[in-house]
Each structure stands twice: as structure tokens, then as C-alpha cells.
Design a protein around this ligand. Structure first.
Ligand code: L34
Length: 292
């Protein structure tokens, strides 16, 4: 069993990005700038945005977090999006999800200028990604593909089972891995909460992407020997530790790891790869490399 070390892989990619940024600066260009809008006080979202700020600093980017209270109106948030769309100093920005229930997420996402949409959530970017055209690919799927690539994992002709059909992970990763590309060329099955007998699919899988948000859903008896497992789940489970919680993935790691050829840990797997992929997208936005 080989651990897919997202933390180390992300650190290596971040160092490459930092070197590119110093070259940009040496040739008289400004540092890439990422802004994150954080609405409300969700603990996990605060942690993720703080990790994004830290990663920006480590890569030589400038960044800003726009904090808005949980009772912010949709109109006020749309004003902020419009302001960032128009600000030439902002290369890319994200609106951290989830948003409070009274705000329509798709309306907000659709208001973002697709050329600044470094989350790749805008329908224009999603559509272009599906068509195999140049686009911003959303950070978690992009990070998963980069991790498989970094470890040289063969995906061509493999059966990949994706657990979960969210707009952020399940649907885009299923699409990317089915594309004629490397990594890619998989035969992909998407399973979800209404799938009958999920284990009958996962037992046939060469690669499993677990993105359901159900702690320890994937058990040892649901996988075959030699499987590659990518665990996207990251649920906070309350305990009596100093932090008050620990993180649990969608995979029962102790049972599944001994049967796996490769497996991601939680934490230190997909999370850091998500963040470094956001940096890659922001660098691309700043370099004006997007071909549309
Ligand atoms: N708009 N919303 C928007 N863009 C995104 O790309 C995200 N996502 C997901 C949630 N909402 C979003 C993230 O940023 C998930 N996500 C994310 C980002 C970072 C980490 C996990 C999820 C991360 O840093 N994970 C660490 C542990 C963090 C901790 O201690 O809680 C890890 O090692 O997995």
C-alpha cells in the first residue's frame, strides 16, 4: 500500500508556483492576487479559507479575505461580486461555499466574471471543461487528477467508480476521468444516494473516488485487492480533544488501506491538493493564459 501524500505533493507544486511568481516579479509584473469572500461563521469554511491565505503567502501571491456577516443579503453579496469583477488588481476570486440558506448559490456563481472564476464553478467554465475546451477546472477535481498524475497511476481503460454527484466534486471528476486524456480514459460509473447495492459497483472498481460526505462509508468488504482509493470526505466529528473534533473521511481507512495499492489519507490527502490547484488557477488568471 502506498500513501498518496497530498501534503507533500502540494508542497512540491507550490514551490514550482512560487518560482514562477518570482520570475514574473523579476520581469516587472505584479504578484498574482486572489480574493476570497467568506460569508458567515462556519468553522470548517474559516479553516479552509485560512489555509488558502497561508498558501497564497507561501507561493508569493497577495490575497485578501472579504468577511461578510451571516445575515448578508443576496443583493449585498452580488454587489461585492460586481466590485471584484471590476477591480483590475484582483486576478481571481472565490465565494467560499456553502452560503447561508437565504442566498441563492447559483445566482451568485453566475454573477462571477468567468475569467476571474478561479473556482471553475461558473456554467461557462463547467461547460467548457465538459467540452474539453480551455477553462478553469474546479480545484478539488483538478487536485485529484494532479495527485494521480504525480504518482504516475495508470488510469487508461480502468473502471473508476465515483461515489457522489455534487457539482463541486462528483460530477466534474467523473467527467474529467472519462475524457480522452492522461490521467483519463477511464470507464466511469457514478453512484449516489439512490444507487441500489453500491457495493456491487465498488467491488468491481479499479479506482474509487469517495465524495459522499458520509463518514467511513466505504468498508473493507466493499473493495477488491489492489484498488486505488481517493477519499474526498472530510467530516468534523466532535470529541473531547483540545480542538473539539477530529476529521473523518468517507473511507474506513484501517479496513480499506491494507487492500489498496494506493490510498489518500484524511487529512493530508485531497485537501492540500484542492488548495494548490486554486493557486494554479489563480496563476493562470494572472498570466492571462486563458484562451477565451
Ligand atoms: N467556493 N467552496 C468554494 N471553493 C472550494 O474549493 C471549496 N472547497 C470545499 C468546500 N467549499 C468550497 C474547499 O476549499 C472543500 N474545500 C477544502 C479546502 C481545504 C481543505 C479541505 C477542504 C483542507 O485544507 N484540508 C486539510 C485539513 C483542514 C482541517 O484541519 O480542517 C487536509 O489536510 O485535508
Amino acid at each position: 500500500m502506498i500513501l498518496l501524500d497530498g501534503k507533500a505533493t502540494a508542497a512540491a507544486i507550490k514551490a514550482q508556483i512560487a518560482a514562477e511568481v518570482e520570475q514574473m516579479v523579476a520581469s516587472g509584473r505584479k504578484r498574482p492576487h486572489l480574493t476570497a469572500i467568506l460569508v458567515g461563521e462556519d468553522g470548517a469554511s474559516k479553516t479552509y479559507v485560512a489555509n488558502k491565505e497561508k498558501a497564497c503567502a507561501a507561493a508569493g501571491f497577495t490575497s485578501e479575505v472579504v468577511r461578510m456577516p451571516a445575515d448578508t443579503t443576496e443583493e449585498r453579496l452580488l454587489q461585492e461580486v460586481a466590485r471584484l469583477n471590476a477591480d483590475p488588481d484582483v486576478d481571481g476570486f472565490i465565494v467560499q461555499l456553502p452560503l447561508p440558506g437565504h442566498i441563492n448559490e447559483s445566482r451568485v456563481i453566475e454573477a462571477i466574471d468567468p475569467r476571474k472564476d478561479v473556482d471553475g464553478f461558473h456554467p461557462e467554465n463547467v461547460g467548457r471543461m465538459v467540452l474539453g475546451l480551455d477553462s478553469f477546472v474546479s480545484a478539488t477535481p483538478y487536485g485529484i487528477v494532479a495527485l494521480l498524475d504525480h504518482y504516475g497511476i495508470e488510469t487508461k481503460g480502468k473502471h473508476c467508480v465515483v461515489l457522489g454527484r455534487s457539482n463541486i466534486v462528483g460530477r466534474p471528476i467523473a467527467n474529467l476521468l472519462s475524457q480522452k486524456a492522461q490521467p483519463g480514459d477511464c470507464t466511469v460509473t457514478i453512484c449516489h444516494s439512490r444507487t441500489k447495492d453500491i457495493a456491487s459497483y465498488t467491488r468491481e472498481a479499479d479506482i474509487i473516488i469517495a465524495a459522499l460526505g458520509v463518514p467511513e462509508f466505504l468498508k473493507g468488504d466493499m473493495v477488491k485487492d489492489g484498488v486505488v482509493v481517493v477519499d474526498v470526505g472530510i467530516t468534523r466529528v466532535a470529541d473531547s480533544s483540545e480542538k473539539g473534533y477530529h476529521l473523518v473521511g468517507d473511507v474506513a481507512f484501517d479496513e480499506v488501506a491494507p487492500k489498496s495499492s494506493y490510498i489518500t489519507p484524511v487529512p493530508g490527502g485531497v485537501g492540500p491538493m484542492t488548495i494548490v490547484s486554486l493557486l494554479k488557477n489563480t496563476l493562470k488568471a494572472a498570466s492571462k493564459l486563458l484562451s477565451y
